[in-house]
Design a protein around this ligand. Structure first.
Ligand code: CP
Length: 310
């Protein structure tokens, strides 16, 4: 396989590369059962999380992954950096480039910023979420979690429910699941359904249609209030009643043996009832744990400087 410098989205990955990352996450996850959870793979390498947007799971997961690979992590807090004095993204990156960091993990509210950074550094750039565009490591960990849970993924049905329009997770996860041979449907209010739904994605309008489609996995999304300039539905309680996973819908999911996923953070009482968090077929905590193994696999796979002329 040709070495790759950056991970920017799912669309640019080959099937072989997706399989490589998923396969190599398995031994990394096995490592978590040992008393010593660390390997020397990235000893002497530096990883820099560059988060222009808030994150709990992705940032800490990359930091744990890098630590378990014995890399050094440079802490960079955008809010207390010269970014607050107006320093541009590229000037920040040029400064970091001079420090010879090996991996930059970027989250930014604007789509395309990780690509811009990747073109201007020898370091490997990993997109940790950019605007509405992509969140490739979330997609990889979601795929890994489903593969680990069901024996064969071909033909399995996953319905993604919620704020699809503003969701980079929906775009990336939907794509990787379809690349792996799964069937994907979307359920959202019309105002939160994107205009560019891929032809192969089934559009559902109600939970009755969802049950009739017979999915095996219900993937709930957070309503991203911070990305909405005007209200997209009358009220939170109305949204919960019409589109959320209520206690009644959870009871039906339980009766039918369906799995529930969510990328986090969750909004209790909006897209889901509290009881989803303790549901025996909720894969939410498994997604978080698998995020570390998958991100270890990504860091192991990428080659800083690959394809860049000396
Ligand atoms: N899933 C996800 O991206 O969560 P964070 O925003 O907490 O990183």
């Amino acid at each position: 396989m040709t070495p790759r410098k950056d991970l920017l989205d799912i669309a640019s990955l080959t099937d072989e590369e997706i399989q490589f990352v998923l396969d190599n996450a398995v031994p990394f996850k096995d490592l978590f059962k040992r008393s010593v959870k660390k390997v020397p793979t990235l000893k002497g390498q530096t990883v820099l999380p560059l988060f222009y947007e808030a994150s709990t799971r992705t940032r800490s997961s990359f930091e744990v992954a890098a630590t378990r690979l014995s890399a050094d992590i440079i802490q960079f807090d955008v809010d207390s950096s010269s970014v607050t004095k107006g320093e541009s993204v590229l000037d920040t990156v040029e400064t970091l480039e001079a420090m010879k960091v090996d991996y930059i993990v970027v989250r930014h509210k604007q789509s395309g910023i990780p690509n811009l950074i990747a073109r201007n550094t020898r370091a490997s750039v990993i997109n940790a979420g950019d605007g509405f565009h992509a969140h490739p490591t979330q997609a990889l960990l979601d795929a890994f979690t489903i593969k680990e849970t069901v024996s064969s993924v071909i033909g399995r049905k996953v319905v993604i429910v919620g704020d699809i329009k503003h969701s980079r997770v929906a775009r990336s996860t939907s794509l990787i699941l379809r690349r792996l041979g799964m069937k994907v449907a979307y359920l959202a209010p019309g105002s939160l359904m994107p205009r560019d739904v891929p032809d192969e994605v089934k559009v559902l309008n109600t939970w009755d249609e969802l049950w009739a489609w017979q999915p095996e996995i219900i993937y709930l999304l957070r309503v991203q209030m911070e990305r909405q300039r005007e209200p997209f539905f009358p009220s939170v309680s109305e949204y919960h009643k019409v589109y959320g996973m209520t206690d009644d819908r959870l009871a039906r999911a339980r009766a039918e043996g369906l799995y529930v996923m969510h990328p986090g953070p969750v909004n209790r009482g909006v897209e889901l009832t509290d009881n989803v968090m303790t549901y025996e077929r909720s894969l939410i905590n498994q997604q978080v744990e698998n995020g570390i193994a998958v991100r270890m696999s990504v860091l192991y796979w990428l080659r800083p400087g690959a394809g860049v002329e000396a």
